[in-house]
Design a binder for this molecule. Structure first.
Ligand code: SF4
Ligand code: F3S
Length: 106
């Protein structure tokens, strides 16, 4: 499955959800999570994300391995999102910030 990682936190551009053929994105307050049981590894969402937050689960950046389990957990808790919406208001300030996990809201 594909996995949403740190860069998405506090940005949530949502370009990714428009292209997913199986609607496997789930929306939290400031992050999206992919349901690994629904993702068919089509790769379409990867190029859509302006901050390159999406990786194959075997290819997540070093130090971000925990996002694999986090996507599985949070996708079960959050509702599906299938249509693009505006990014979060402060997205420009947070787009280049690394290590945002402490800001993740559930
Ligand atoms: Fe959806 Fe394809 Fe991205 Fe998986 S890889 S989340 S199926 S768009
Ligand atoms: Fe997040 Fe990128 Fe989608 S910022 S909402 S993974 S387009």
């Amino acid at each position: 499955a594909y996995v949403v990682t740190d860069a998405c936190i506090k940005c949530k551009y949502t370009d990714c959800v428009d292209v997913c053929p199986v609607d496997c994105f789930h929306e939290g307050p400031n992050f999206l999570a992919i349901d690994p049981e629904e993702c068919i590894d089509c790769t379409l969402c990867v190029a859509e994300c302006p901050v390159n937050a999406i990786y194959a689960e075997d290819d997540v950046p070093s130090g971000q391995e925990g996002f694999v389990a986090l996507n599985a957990e949070l996708s079960k808790l959050w509702p599906t999102i299938t249509e693009k919406k505006d990014p979060l208001p402060d997205h420009e300030d947070w787009a280049a910030v690394e290590g945002k996990l402490q800001h993740l809201e559930r």
